[in-house]
Design a protein around this ligand. Structure first.
Ligand code: NAP
Length: 245
């Protein structure tokens, strides 16, 4: 099939109003994808404007009704879904014993329910197509927690992602659906706008923060690498590999 008759690829990106999700949505649009971008406030985005190639869907991705709205929008506008990037996520660092029931609900709501409901809806569509790819975003801190960094609740929610994607990878391999994870060191995004970047850089053996463009590169690699399935690519300067630097 020639390039100009190839079917348009379609992606859903959650948490696309900021940081990594915004970088991915922009790059996918530049690569000719049709994109459905979600966040709670995405219709107010100054960076993304709706067009024939871009649909914006507001809503808390931890709610099943938002997941249904996002998938309905993709199928209505583009007729298919080739890629789901489960990117929406929040971070809350506190000593373990200080987390409240509300903190727990909030973190589970976005970081676990926010992956669960949308993936269910998307897999149902991908099974009809007999093809598709799900990519989850996790953190390398699940492999290497650090003394002095109180992150038990983020780790509880994010450590599920690689295992969840491995399970999906096996359950749906016969349907032509792949599932992979990208696990990150500290990334230069608005999530860390108020943090001391000099301190954060020391959490990485490479001595710098991960750039969004490096995550976008990994996403396109995974899209092209059709035999890579159930994988967890770590973009952390090697932090998970070493004990001390
Ligand atoms: N930055 C890092 O150092 C780092 C490291 C490891 C992993 N990660 C992971 O990478 C992903 C993106 O992080 P980031 O640094 O790009 O964060 P960010 O700049 O804070 O962006 C987070 C995005 O998620 C959206 N969001 C939050 N809660 C949501 C919900 N309930 N429903 C829908 N959208 C929601 C936000 O938009 P609204 O406020 O409009 O909803 C925003 O678009 C997250 O999963 C995070 O855990 C980040």
């Amino acid at each position: 099939m020639s390039a100009n008759t190839r079917q348009k690829q379609v992606a859903i990106v959650t948490g696309a109003s900021s940081g990594i999700g915004l970088g991915m949505a922009r790059a996918l649009l530049e690569h000719g994808y049709g994109v459905v971008a979600n966040s709670r406030t995405i219709s107010k985005s100054k960076d993304l404007k709706p067009s024939a190639d871009l649909v914006l869907v507001d809503g808390d991705i931890g709610k099943k009704e938002t997941a249904i709205k996002v998938v309905d929008a993709a199928v209505k506008q583009f007729g298919r879904i080739d890629l789901l990037v489960n990117n929406a996520g929040i971070y809350m660092a506190k000593p373990f014993t200080d987390y409240t029931p509300e903190d727990f609900e909030t973190m589970i709501g976005t970081n676990v329910a926010g992956y669960f409901f949308i993936t269910q809806q998307v897999v149902a569509q991908m099974r009809k197509q007999k093809s598709g790819h799900i990519v989850g975003i996790s953190t390398a801190l699940t492999d290497q927690p650090l003394a002095g960094a109180p992150i038990s609740l983020p780790v509880l929610t994010k450590s599920t992602i690689p295992a969840f994607n491995r399970a999906l990878a096996m359950e749906y391999v016969a349907d032509g659906i792949r599932a992979n994870t990208i696990s990150l060191g500290v990334v230069d995004t608005p999530m860390h706008a108020d943090d001391d970047h000099e301190v954060l850089k020391k959490l990485n053996p490479a001595g710098r923060l991960v750039q969004v463009s490096e995550i976008v590169d990994a996403l396109f690699y995974l899209q092209s690498a059709t035999m890579v399935n159930g994988e967890n690519i770590r973009i952390d300067g090697g932090a998970h590999a070493g004990a001390k630097w």
